[in-house]
Ligand binder design. Sequence first.
Ligand code: FMN
Length: 226
Amino acid sequence: MKPSPTILIISFSLSGQTKGLLTNLICGLASSGCQVQHERLQPLVPLRFPFGSMRKTVGMMIRTFCRQRIAIKPLSSACHRKYDLIILAGPTWSYNPSGPMLSFLDRDGRRLLQNKFVLPLISCRGYWRMHLWGLKRLLHQCGAQMANAMIFSHPAKEPWRTLGVFLKLSGKHPEKMGLLAGRYLHYGHDRRQLAQAEQFGRQIGRSLQAGEALRDLRFQNASDRN
Ligand SMILES: Cc1cc2nc3c(=O)[nH]c(=O)nc-3n(C[C@H](O)[C@H](O)[C@H](O)COP(=O)(O)O)c2cc1C
């Protein structure tokens, strides 16, 4: 009998959105016979969410725009086993991968990802193109190959989505605030996207079992692809 495909997921999630998508993706992978090892990147100094004020949120956005790294704890030894696929999952921060993900790529990228197929999962408000482009470049520098990409944008409409995310990060409740009430229903992804993540897990599992290339999978439905 063919051995089960093995997948390492390396993730970071500050406000729980990537985490929710991964819970569903992992269900889909497991139901299609994959063995999944999940490693969560842990900042050395825990980050606070929400940031607590508009001033602190703007400060964080400026630092992340400059790709400030956030130091992370060492990875577990399980990351150094052999895997058929590595999934890198996390949010977009000011058009870039998050600070912990950048630290991971700097410190462990070449050792762990060289000659590997890497599949990114991005959770974002809606502006992911620069993130994906930069990540592709960083993966190339690590000697890895990007197999495809799963992108999930928050489904709320603009300009309420941007306002809502900013207010949420600052510690406010945009769903209940004046002009936004009724226009911005909730922060983050919706149930349809969580179900899609599970479906993507099943698709990935089936492709790996069949020895098919992941680049042929179509993940376009995950978001409105802004
Ligand atoms: C500091 C910071 C900067 C952000 N910048 C962007 C951005 O440039 N583009 C975008 O689409 N979303 C941006 N977001 C929103 C997050 O990508 C989005 O809320 C994501 O779903 C959070 O995922 P998480 O809960 O797994 O951390 C930013 C969030 C933070 C905290």
